[in-house]
Design a protein. Structure first.
Length: 163
């Protein structure tokens, strides 16, 4: 089994769309509405590429034996570095989220980043909290947050990586 993070090429747009156009995934993110269109997925890839060129994020596809099964990366939020990850519904429950999150930490370490690393997840997604705990994150607080596929504000847990 080969698992790697790499840029999502235009050839994988349909797979990228299928990954993100999933209500059970979108509801646990801050920025993905549901449903989305293929054009929305194309624009999302373009925005991520622009952010990477500007140095404000790194967004990668998660490939299992050459097949796009998720995505993961880091972004800056008010100057803080935060990691994020998503796994396609057909590949959940196999430990891929934990591996993807660890690969993002490895990517940050390889870039010589020395600052704190954060993660935030909605309280109704405790599995994400367990993923983060497995790789060394500790819960440091609660906040209220919104999501593009949610109505109103919801409790989120903020975590920091303890290296």
């Amino acid at each position: 089994m080969t698992l790697e993070l790499r840029p999502v090429p235009d050839d994988d747009l349909q797979l990228f769309f299928d990954l993100l156009n999933d209500e059970s995934l979108a509801v646990h993110t801050g920025t993905i509405p549901h449903p989305i269109s293929l054009d929305w997925a194309r624009d999302r890839l373009a925005q991520k590429r622009a952010g990477e060129a500007a140095g404000t994020l790194v967004d990668r596809g998660l490939y299992l034996d050459g097949v796009l099964v998720g995505n993961a990366g880091w972004f800056t939020d008010d100057g803080d570095v935060e990691i994020a990850y998503a796994i396609h519904r057909d590949y959940r429950g196999q430990g891929l989220a934990t591996k993807a999150a660890q690969l993002v930490l490895d990517m940050l370490a390889a870039s010589d980043y020395q600052g704190p690393i954060y993660a935030v997840y909605f309280a109704d997604n405790p599995g994400s909290g367990r993923v983060l705990e497995k790789i060394g994150f500790k819960r440091i607080g609660e906040l209220m947050g919104t999501g593009a596929s949610r109505v109103g504000e919801h409790v989120q847990h903020k975590m920091i990586w303890g290296g």
